[in-house]
Ligand binder design. Structure first.
Ligand SMILES: NC(=O)c1ccc[n+]([C@@H]2O[C@H](COP(=O)([O-])OP(=O)(O)OC[C@H]3O[C@@H](n4cnc5c(N)ncnc54)[C@H](OP(=O)(O)O)[C@@H]3O)[C@@H](O)[C@H]2O)c1
Length: 312
């Protein structure tokens, strides 16, 4: 019934117990144009990080949940560090931040690529080299003490490295959080994905969930990074979009609590907008939101949308 993951790890990235693979019958999502509109499956162990020599993950294990209640948000025209700024969503976040008057530090793997793809000759934009797999110390240098917030829009690149999702979507995100902790940066926005907790949602047989986890346990890597953020004490907003589209937004934004949506899609332009609204809206603090767009959804304000999601 459950789909065992056909991956062989010398150091398994997490312990998959039998009960994690025995969730009830899975519901297959209705759309299939994008694996993200299909996913489902379930992870759990939030503390077991594998050791990969080629990747640095320097964060100490966080053993106690920190009950941070300060509602600090980035308001006004502050500087925002964007990790994965050359990505399809990342560059939209950069463009929208600049348009809204923020200063932006674009963290990229390839500076030349960034210079060619990001807005040029804008004094409010600084491009810095920042590979999230190179450890939190280097990232802290890149973010430095002039950044007020970090938005993470990274995603591993498909290739032959089956560990890439763990290196980027898990360790890389943890490294960013640790860099923020070192610097005292207390606002972190993560672009994650719906169905990261698909197993707990009874979506273990969702084709998108299977597809993305078969390649390097991508969704499980993301979920563990989310759990690290949530225990870190940092003021976070985790945004889990449905399948991403480059087309302009259509319909209205639907925002639901964690582990609710199992299909649907959304324009990357709208994901970028939600990330920036999360920065400025106090109602977004310490929340996980799942987003898609639907033509029949009512138009609602961001204050109303974020306000309708409970902190957990
Ligand atoms: N595709 C979907 O339908 C979908 C749905 C839901 C959620 N998501 C998630 O949403 C996020 C954004 O997706 P997207 O499609 O916009 O991403 P994308 O276009 O694939 O961009 C990914 C970005 O991450 C960067 N990156 C990769 N490895 C890195 C590393 N080691 N250090 C620093 N940066 C690194 C890439 O840099 P380079 O430009 O140098 O390659 C690129 O800028 C991802 O986390 C993705 O998993 C995707």
């Amino acid at each position: 019934m459950a789909a065992p993951l056909p991956l062989i790890f010398r150091n398994p990235p997490l312990r998959l117990c039998t009960h994690h693979l025995l969730y009830p019958p899975l519901s297959i999502a209705k759309t299939s144009t994008n694996p993200y509109s299909l996913i489902s499956y379930s992870p759990t162990n939030t503390r077991s990080f594998p050791i990969l020599n080629s990747t640095q993950m320097e964060g100490d294990e966080i053993t106690e949940e920190i009950t941070e209640t300060t509602q600090t948000n980035v308001v006004g025209k502050k500087k925002v560090f964007v990790a994965g700024a050359t990505g399809n969503t990342g560059k939209r976040i950069v463009e929208q931040l600049l348009a809204k008057g923020f200063a932006v530090k674009a963290g990229v793997r390839n500076v030349e690529k960034a210079k060619a793809s990001l807005p040029q000759d804008n004094p409010a934009l600084q491009i810095v080299k920042a590979d999230v797999t190179e450890g939190s110390a280097k990232l802290a240098e890149a973010i430095s003490d002039d950044s007020d917030a970090v938005i993470c829009a990274t995603g591993f690149s498909y290739g032959w490295d089956l560990f890439a999702p763990w290196k980027v979507d898990n360790f890389g995100t943890v490294n960013l959080v640790e860099a923020c902790r070192k610097l005292g940066v207390n606002r972190f926005i993560l672009v994650s994905s719906i169905l990261v907790n698909g197993a707990a949602m009874g979506q273990i047989l969702n084709p998108a969930y299977i597809f993305l986890n078969v390649f390097g346990l991508t969704l499980i890597a993301k979920l563990q990074a989310e759990q690290y953020i949530r225990k870190s004490g940092i003021n976070y907003t985790i945004i889990r979009p449905g399948g991403l589209k480059n087309d302009p937004p259509t319909g209205n934004l639907v925002m639901e609590p964690e582990d609710t949506l199992s299909d649907g899609s959304i324009s990357r332009d709208l994901v970028a907008e939600v990330a920036i609204e999360a920065l400025v809206n106090p109602e977004a603090s310490y929340k996980v939101v799942e987003i898609v767009s639907r033509p029949d959804a009512p138009k609602r304000s961001y204050e109303d949308l974020f306000g309708s999601i409970k902190q957990r």
